[in-house]
Ligand binder design. Structure first.
Ligand SMILES: [Zn+2]
Length: 161
């Protein structure tokens, strides 16, 4: 598996959006605060994520997040092509910061499929390299909610120590 992430929109657009919303000349909004607050201004921040050489089912777990508005592109396996349905595949998706935070909540949990979790961790590592403040907001649902509410919790007793 290989993951590559490209940031598509400069952070300046958080301030540009804030200026429109407030009618003031807002500057220097702290990314660490903005991503943690999950303020709607972070919807301006779009990313292109490429993931190479994954088992087909890994992409289906990620693709459940498409309903939230990110768009996926996946290697074809239609009849007549050289790829077969069980071959490893490549996927890419375009998404905003909020999509990544929500994906991480589900896919980093200890109850997530191990390969899917590894893929999400790789994506977060790449995000850390280009937007560390966003990676700090990409946490598990369990730590987000203070407890794992999966039917069989990922931590003993369901509480985080
Ligand atoms: Zn959990």
């Amino acid at each position: 598996m290989q993951v590559k992430v490209t940031k598509l929109v400069p952070y300046d657009y958080v301030m540009k959006a804030a200026n429109v919303c407030t009618g003031k000349n807002v500057q220097n909004l702290d990314p660490w605060k903005m991503y943690k607050a999950e303020h709607s201004l972070i919807y301006t921040q779009w990313f292109w994520v490429e993931v190479y050489d994954i088992e087909p089912y890994v992409h289906t777990h990620f693709r459940t997040h498409e309903k939230n508005g990110c768009q996926f592109f996946v290697s074809t396996s239609r009849k007549g092509q050289e790829r077969h349905q069980k071959d490893s595949l490549n996927m890419a998706f375009i998404c905003n910061a909020s999509h990544l935070i929500n994906m991480a909540r589900k896919r980093l949990c200890g109850k997530a499929d191990p390969q899917v979790r590894e893929c999400m961790l790789d994506i977060r590592d790449r995000i850390f390299e280009i937007e560390p403040a966003l990676s700090s907001a990409m946490v598990t649902n369990c730590s987000y909610r203070g407890k794992c509410y999966e039917l069989t919790p990922c931590f003993k007793g369901g509480d985080l120590e």
